[in-house]
Design a protein around this ligand. Structure first.
Ligand code: SF4
Length: 251
């Protein structure tokens, strides 16, 4: 499922209200430094025939037009989310795009929340951290507590180190949302204690203001994957809830 527009929507959802999406990746391809076995955009190798990333100027133009049209039509925008076909922070103009988006939000949709969905691989870069820390909801992914398991789930580009990501996420001082996808394959099971217990320790160390635990929902590029059910996640994450963490579970 690839998005063909830089600014897409609005989508109307009960949870987010009227939601606009921003895709900072190629209009006709996927561009990511992960290649997750569950990625709804498919494998990287199947979506790289278009490598042209939208410029800050194009994003500003498209978002401005969309917000002005919705404003003129009396449609209230509740949410603007960076969630395109890949990792948004890979766009070299990401910091400028965030500044432009916040300025346009303030002008045409002052109550809308801006969210960034990221795999957290680049928050150690000062400019990237400075940009994501400006938005209302920085939503950062960690799916596994060890580099070995990250390799099986996320297929990261060379150089990934989960400990470096944890250190980089400490900069938020808890003011971010941690996203964790739990699933099973013939090779691993996210619900096993050897995965869950160290993940809970990472979460305790980072103390995010919210944990979003979820599982696969759409067709996946890898075969033979299965869900960890919401009921199972309830049990697995109960220690965090008992400790006062805000936990959202999505099945
Ligand atoms: S980080 Fe997101 S976009 Fe990148 S491969 Fe994983 S699921 Fe797909």
């Amino acid at each position: 499922m690839l998005r063909e527009e830089t600014v897409f929507g609005p989508i109307f959802s009960r949870r987010l209200g009227t939601s606009l999406g921003i895709n900072l990746l190629p209009e006709k391809g996927k561009f990511c430094n992960f290649d997750c076995i569950y990625c709804e955009c498919g494998w990287n190798r199947d979506g790289r025939n278009d490598n042209k990333l939208p410029s800050a100027e194009k994003v500003r133009h498209d978002l401005s037009n969309k917000l002005q049209d919705l404003y003129a039509d009396g449609v209230k925008v509740d949410s603007i989310t960076f969630s395109g076909d890949g990792e948004p922070t890979l766009n070299p103009e990401f910091p400028q795009i965030i500044d432009d988006t916040l300025a346009l939000r303030d002008r045409y949709a002052a109550s809308a929340k801006v969210s960034v969905l990221s795999n957290a691989t680049r928050v150690h870069i000062p400019e990237v951290f400075a940009a994501v820390s400006k938005v209302d909801n920085p939503i950062m992914k960690i799916d596994a507590p060890t580099n070995e398991l990250v390799a099986k789930i996320n297929n990261p580009a060379p150089g990934y180190d989960v400990q470096r990501v944890v250190e980089a996420l400490k900069q938020f001082e808890g003011n971010f949302i941690l996203q964790w996808c739990l699933l099973r394959s013939p090779e691993f099971d996210s619900s096993k204690p050897e995965v869950v217990l160290p993940m809970l320790d990472i979460i305790r160390t980072l103390h995010p203001r919210e944990v979003m635990a979820y599982t696969i929902d759409r067709p996946t590029p890898a075969q033979n994957l299965s869900k960890v059910t919401p009921e199972e996640m309830d049990v697995l994450l109960k220690p965090l809830m008992d400790e006062g963490f805000k936990v959202q579970i999505k099945g």
